[in-house]
Ligand binder design. Structure first.
Ligand code: ATP
Ligand code: MG
Length: 718
């Protein structure tokens, strides 16, 4: 058997990992050291050398994009498609299990997944129906609470109120919310995992079946698994499963979503005899880039500690650009991208990274103006656009009339004269009789509880959905979608929108038909095509944007760049308050997480790296003055090169830290809490100057970071 293609492209440590025997293995290694490569080659090794059947392998990764890439690479090594090898995200895999075992899990066969926006809307509706004060019981807080519990694997019955009335109410809201979901056959993201976990815990026969099936469990990006994902993994692995885990504690960036980097240590405890393999050679970046990344992460206290070196050359220095404002920053980036393309760089090897989604717009506009094709991952994704969600809501109602969020979304979309009053009456009826909005609507029509006109309009809507269902039942999926967007009136409605906006929306709706054409039926679970399409629409992140195969510049947040690599990389908005994010500025653990995110960002770059920041930026509608990110200052100056000296108004990058901590007038210190008449409460982060010129930087909870002249600010100490 010729296995040179599996082992030749590996170094010695990587080879050790790929060929370990049937023992739990943990590959712990820094960025770009070949962890993902090892995982892919391990799968090929198992199948081709150890003779493991593909259906005995389960591979888990972090995003759908990474999963697709992994499948491609595995198939290339195996030389054939791998339909019965399960590869996916934890959520995707849990969903697949629930589809196969919906009934056993106590779900209707037609259950639908809710994204977080649907979830929030449902919670808001519930809070209103209980006549609770939305300020006191903010829907977002309730959502956060519910999701945090589910991520820990906790149901309302598992929670204690600890004699605290507020907590008691939260637990009660969680329970009510869950009841609403169950009645409507809706499943949120956290529920996908929790339900499967419960299903496998309660059904010994199923657990035994899957334990026998998934003998090898491989997980990439393990540092970002949360509590329930890890429990899931342990449960499925049991005593006989052989886990193969790869991860990097320095790249744990989802603590805010419940990720537990401690799982790396727990793993060694929970799977005694774990073999640990360390990879220390980085193959991705130049020595300059790698050294910069190592210098930044060295500022974190809590680390497992690893070596990382490269035998590549020093390469070019890292360029730093201080822009006047965000437009100048975007223009600079786009000009450099043009240089790169002119020099023969492929567009897909160039990426622009930013901390938060909203930053993409300015870059998008500049790229558009320059005629450079680009693709945004995350952010306003195709499936999140209003017209697409409307079309999906019709399709969801066709699949399940009791889907209340969908009912509410399109009952008057396109407008058909159903007013807020009518909907209130339907909602009251639903609450009173404990049914779905759909059933309640039918009831209020029969009871003649509505004025004639409203009643007719509502009746038309119910008939429309029933008709759409009947007329499309035997059509192929994409024809069904085409029929629905047309006959629901959505195309005609959106087509009327002025300023060419309508045209784009109609194009999007038509693109939905294309997306439906591309759905591959899941043979194993026997899932009807419409259901698998709707699930795909919710789970898919960032697909279907202009020509996935077109060579385009990549725009994404630092979070979504995890695991990827690019020849040219721009890290933009490198400003304190933006990155590190202002939420984390007063929280040491949060700051460490931001620093890990910075480490992830820098290590995406192979050859050339730019760090840019804007001196002045419009944030949340307000102009604010920014300080360069502390992360830039953490990079040794000899690795950096300033692209253009900053202008007179600019401050130098290496501003000495404020020396006299206690030297500010009025007893003000760094870290001091203050109140400002207009901006509210905040914390002093930084200070410069003295006497009448003393200025302080305050991180306001509501209005973000600002520099204020102390003499005029009238700050009240707290
Ligand atoms: P990250 O932590 O960012 O996820 P990783 O550890 O998963 O990184 P990979 O993406 O697997 O690293 O590999 C990084 C780069 O190095 C890839 O381009 C990969 O093809 C290349 N590479 C890995 N191992 C080798 C090797 N032994 N020889 C040559 N190139 C390698
Ligand atoms: Mg990787």
């Amino acid at each position: 058997m010729d296995i040179t293609d599996i082992l030749d492209p590996l170094n010695e440590a990587q080879r050790e990992a790929v060929t370990v025997g049937a023992e739990p293995t943990l590959v712990l290694a820094g960025a770009g050291s070949g962890k993902t490569r090892v995982l892919v080659h391990r799968v090929a090794w198992l199948v081709r050398v150890e003779g493991v059947a593909p259906q005995h392998i389960l591979a888990v990764t972090f995003t759908n994009k990474a999963a697709a890439e992994m499948r491609q690479r595995i198939e290339a090594l195996l030389g054939y498609p791998t339909r019965n090898l399960w590869i996916g995200t934890f959520h995707g895999l849990a969903h697949r299990l629930l589809r196969i075992h919906a009934r056993e899990a106590g779900l209707p066969e037609t259950f639908q997944i809710m994204d977080s926006e649907d979830q929030l809307r449902m919670i808001r509706r519930m809070i209103r129906s209980l006549d609770l004060d939305e300020h006191e019981w903010a829907p977002r807080d309730v959502q956060w609470f519910v999701n945090a519990q589910k991520d820990e694997g906790l149901r309302p019955k598992d929670l204690k109120d600890e004699g605290n009335a507020g907590r008691r109410r939260m637990i009660d809201l969680y329970a009510r919310y869950q009841r609403l979901c169950d009645e409507a056959g809706l499943v949120d993201f956290g529920e996908l995992l929790l339900r499967t976990l419960e299903l496998l815990t309660e059904r010994a026969d199923l657990l035994e079946h899957y334990r026998a099936r998934f003998k090898h469990l491989l997980v990439d990006e393990f540092q970002d698994t949360n509590a329930i994902q890890y429990r899931w993994l342990r449960l499925v692995a049991g005593k006989s499963g052989i886990p193969f885990i790869v991860g990097d504690d320095d790249q744990s960036i989802y603590r805010w979503r419940g990720a537990r980097v401690e799982n790396l240590q727990h793993f060694q405890r929970d799977f005694p005899g774990t073999r640990i393999v360390r990879l220390e050679q980085n193959y991705r970046s130049t020595a300059t880039i790698l050294n910069a990344a190592n210098a930044v992460i060295a500022n974190n206290a809590s680390r497992l500690g690893k070596n990382l070196w490269t035998d590549g050359g020093a390469g070019e220095p890292i360029r730093v650009y201080a822009a006047f404002n965000e437009r100048d920053e975007a223009e600079f980036v786009v000009n450099r991208i043009q240089d790169a393309i002119a020099a023969g760089e492929r567009r897909r090897d160039i990426a622009v990274l930013y901390r938060s989604n909203a930053q993409s717009r300015v870059f998008e506009e500049a790229l558009l103006a320059a005629g450079i094709p680009y693709r945004v991952y995350g952010g306003m994704r195709f499936f999140e656009r209003a017209e697409i969600k409307d079309a999906l809501a019709y399709l969801r109602l066709i699949a399940n009339r009791d889907d209340d969020p969908s009912f509410e979304r399109v009952v008057n979309m396109p407008p058909r004269g159903i007013g807020a009053r009518t909907i209130d009456i339907v909602r009251d009826e639903a609450r009173r009789s404990g049914t779905s909005l759909w059933r309640a609507a039918a009831a209020v029509i029969t009871q003649e509880a509505l004025p004639k006109r409203s009643s007719n309009a509502l009746w038309e809507f119910l008939k429309l959905v029933d008709r759409l269902d009947q007329d499309t039942r035997n059509l192929p999926l994409h024809e069904q979608v085409a029929h629905v967007i047309e006959r629901s009136g959505l195309i005609a409605h959106y087509g009327k929108e002025p300023h060419g906006g309508g045209e784009a929306r109609v194009e999007n709706l038509e693109e939905l038909v294309n997306a439906a054409r591309d759905v591959i039926a899941d043979e194993e679970s026997d899932m009807p095509p419409l259901l698998s399409f709707l699930a795909y629409a919710v789970l898919e992140s960032g697909a279907a944007q202009a020509g996935p195969y077109e060579d385009s510049v990549q725009l994404m947040t630092m979070h979504s760049a995890k695991g990827l690599e690019f020849e040219w990389l721009f890290m933009c908005g490198m400003e304190d308050g933006l990155f590190p994010h202002q939420r984390s500025l007063n929280d040491p653990e949060g700051l460490e997480e931001e620093r890990r995110l910075c480490y992830v960002g820098i290590t995406r770059a192979k050859r050339r790296l730019y760090l840019t920041y804007a001196e002045q930026r419009r944030l949340h509608g307000l102009e604010s003055y920014a300080t360069p990110s502390r992360f830039i200052r953490e990079i040794p100056p000899e690795l950096l090169e300033e692209v253009r000296p900053t202008m007179a108004v600019a401050r130098p990058i290496y501003r000495p830290a404020f020396a006299g901590r206690d030297a500010l007038p009025g007893g003000i210190r760094l870290g001091q809490r203050v109140r400002h008449g207009k901006f509210g409460e905040g914390v002093i982060l930084n200070a410069e100057g003295s006497g009448a010129h003393a200025r302080v930087q305050v991180n306001f909870e509501r209005s973000g970071t600002k520099w204020l002249v102390l003499a005029y600010a009238n700050l009240e100490l707290m």
